[in-house]
Write a protein that binds this ligand. Structure first.
Ligand code: ZN
Length: 713
């Protein structure tokens, strides 16, 4: 499900009057845009606050939680879920932060008003059977089926049954059609440290390695120093028992507790898991005032030693990457209490196909903090673990993983030191040229991951596709986090970021923590993360302050723009606008715009300085030549430039600007769609250009995709 597929992400400047007209949403065309909200300006807030209030009264938005803002106690943070005739709409939720009733920020993703029926043909029992069949061999239901409304990739919505289904190591949330039982969608409930199962699968013998010295740490069997129960369980190599406990079929027993006869704890995976999770707890408390996984000191369960290193050698490929070369948080596991799991890796002398040896995963503090952070996400934004929201979920775990490492370890590139390589303490390259660790936030491309929105990897939402490339696309927000702290140049855009500096990293950590725990919702995208972090920086350090500047520059450098969605389209003409930042030289900029409705699309480009010349065009995606444009405007002397094209709902077009002169002030593009125009577009197409620049090709500047408004897929 890519709920944001049909979203046209642009800033709202009009249509305020539309939200106060009950019943008008039903007049929308059949294929409806998802509503993506990231309101922080006065105008946007007025629109969306009215929308939320109206729908709350109507019962289609219901408050899930309402809490005091931990950073700013005068503020209240409400999370609301969306319902259609009493049935929850999956992935549709919104968060509203307000101060004494005045809205400060509203974020979320909502479905438009729907007309689908809510009477299922399948009884819950039959739905359960269909879900078990979809789950595969020996699948079992971890949770009972629940009736929900599911947004589909196509932009349609479907009544569906949903359940968490376990099969062997796999734990998935699966959705089947409530009328036919056909599977509609699924995603993984196992939130892993790395992209397992992607092109890897066998071990090769390798030369012997020197065994890495375990950093160890101390283990307190009965952790009386911290408020929550932190319980570490030792499966003692009993993999089937571990599986059964994870799936909720077997309860934990006293004999599962990690223990040591003489209280001199020597088993590295147990010692490190317990110590590193406890250190992460301390970091969250000291840095953010957070009380554990859910903010309320819920018990923390840790599973270790499901498979020994030697035992890993006889596992199937999928089990190897499930049980051994893996660490994860499973929120649905152990009867929804959740479980932190640390694999033991493989013996010294063996390597995975990526030419790395993996030892005990709990031995890396950043990995322990990464998994802990998945649990924090589960109880806050609950970012869905697929596609763009999944990449944000992964990125936040990496960000906090590294923050914990920098808190406790000295900076440096060696094992036991803090840097921006994920998992380097336990993943070691063992052939010449092989990299240590699994990802880099400083240079994602070094590990094949994107460092810019332009290179976002559109992988399928399957296990083999890493559920939409979530461990790879995390490189984009990860790199923004890195740049906001350390500063530097993005290798793809060439844009330079002035970071806050390593000595001030706490500020960026707090900004991202606040944004991800307060403002993001279950299907947030990168663009919303940008707006949320900027808002968080303003909240904590004032508007226009150094942290806000660093965060803003960092997101721009990685190609993620600050945009919000169309408001519900109930007026005949909807007007929105977007603003480009200042001078970038003679470059093309393009936006891929997904048309939210059928009608006449018009873009108007305007700017303040009469001495400069800008051009505007609209064409098919991938068109970078005047001859393939649908409409273009290249007036030498006049402002504004206007293009027009008749479009259909769901079609994607590129809207391009070119500047032949340097400009130093922002320019504005106003997009409008008239759903019922009379007559054809009166504006020129490619064959009727008003004034040519002397060349028919776009050879004057390099093509540079600095901004893309369609912020998610
Ligand atoms: Zn993860």
């Amino acid at each position: 499900m890519r709920v944001s597929r049909r979203v046209l992400c642009v800033s709202v400047v009009a249509a305020l009057s539309t939200v106060s007209q009950p019943g008008t949403f039903a007049q929308l065309p059949a294929s409806l845009p998802t509503l993506r909200v990231q309101a922080t300006s006065v105008e946007d807030l007025r629109t969306w606050d009215a929308y939320v209030t109206q729908h709350e009264r109507a019962g289609s938005l219901r408050v899930r939680t309402s809490r005091q803002d931990p950073d700013l106690p005068s503020r209240t943070v409400e999370r609301l879920d969306q319902f259609h005739e009493g049935i929850p709409i999956w992935g549709a939720d919104i968060v509203r932060s307000s101060e004494r009733g005045v809205p400060i920020a509203i974020f979320g993703v909502l479905a438009p008003d729907l007309s689908i029926g809510v009477e299922p043909s399948l009884a819950p029992d039959a739905a359960g059977q269909a879900l078990v069949r979809a789950g595969g061999i020996e699948a079992t239901l971890v949770r009972a089926p629940e009736l929900i409304v599911l947004p589909l990739e196509s932009g349609d919505y479907r009544l569906a049954y949903m359940a968490v289904v376990a099969s062997g190591f796999e734990v998935n949330r699966i959705f089947v059609d409530a009328q036919t039982g056909v599977e509609l969608w699924r995603y993984s409930e196992i939130q892993r440290q790395s992209a397992v199962g992607v092109g890897r699968g066998v071990l090769n013998d390798n030369k012997k390695l020197s065994v890495r010295q375990q950093s160890g740490g101390f283990f307190i069997a009965d952790d009386s120093h911290r408020p929550p129960l932190i319980a570490t369980f030792d499966m003692r190599g009993n993999r089937s028992r571990a599986t059964s406990i994870l799936n909720g079929q077997t309860s934990l027993a006293n004999s599962d507790f990690a223990s040591d006869a003489d209280n001199v704890w020597t088993d590295p995976p147990v010692v490190d898991a317990h110590a590193h999770v406890a250190l992460t707890y301390d970091f969250y408390y000291k840095r953010f005032g957070r009380n554990g996984l859910d903010g309320r000191n819920k018990p923390i369960q840790i599973m270790t030693n499901a498979v020994s290193q030697q035992g890993a050698l006889s596992l199937s490929a999928s089990d190897l990457y499930g049980y051994a070369i893996n660490a994860f948080w499973c929120p649905a596991c152990y009867n929804a209490n959740g479980m932190l799991y640390f694999g033991n890796g493989i013996p010294p002398g063996y390597r995975a196909l990526n030419d790395r040896n993996y030892t005990y995963f709990s031995g890396a503090l950043d990995i322990a903090a990464h998994e802990f952070t998945h649990a924090v996400t589960s109880s806050t934004s609950n970012l869905m673990y697929a596609n763009e929201s999944g990449a944000l979920n992964e990125a936040f775990s990496d960000m906090m993983g590294k923050s914990v490492e920098f808190y406790f370890h000295p900076a440096g590139a060696q094992v036991g030191q803090a840097d921006y390589v994920i998992g380097k303490d336990i993943a070691r390259g063992v052939v010449p040229g092989a990299l240590n660790g699994d990802r880099s936030m400083a240079n994602p491309a070094l590990y094949g991951d994107p460092d810019h929105w332009r290179n976002y990897r559109r992988l399928p939402n399957t296990q083999a596709g890493d559920y939409g490339g979530i461990h790879s696309n995390s490189g984009i927000p990860n790199h923004a986090f890195y740049l906001a702290i350390e500063g530097g140049t993005n290798r793809t855009s060439g844009m330079v970021v002035q970071g806050v500096g390593a000595s001030n990293r706490e500020r960026i950590e707090k900004v991202f923590y606040r944004a991800f725990t307060i403002y993001l919702t279950s299907t947030s995208n990168f663009s919303q993360a940008r707006t949320a972090t900027i808002q968080a920086a303003r909240d904590l350090y004032g508007a226009g302050g150094v942290p806000e500047q660093a965060v803003t520059q960092a997101w721009s450098a990685v190609g993620v723009t600050d945009t919000s969605s169309f408001v519900p389209q109930v007026t005949r003409l909807t007007t929105v606008s977007d603003t480009l930042p200042g001078d970038e030289g003679a470059y093309w900029y393009y936006w891929n715009v997904t048309m939210p409705t059928t009608g006449r699309y018009q873009a108007v480009l305007n700017w303040a300085d009469p001495s400069i010349d800008l051009d505007l065009a609209i064409g098919p995606v991938g068109c970078f030549d005047w001859s393939c444009m649908s409409s273009s405007a290249r007036n030498r002397t006049t402002r504004p430039e206007t293009v027009c094209h008749n479009v259909s709902a769901g079609q994607v077009y590129s809207v391009l600007t070119r500047n032949w002169s340097n400009r130093s002030a922002p320019i504005t593009i106003v997009h409008t769609i008239d759903p019922s125009p009379s007559g054809p577009c009166a504006l020129p197409g490619p064959s009727a250009l008003t004034t040519a620049d002397g060349s028919s090709q776009m050879s004057g500047g390099s093509v540079r995709a600095a901004y893309e408004l369609k912020a998610s897929q």
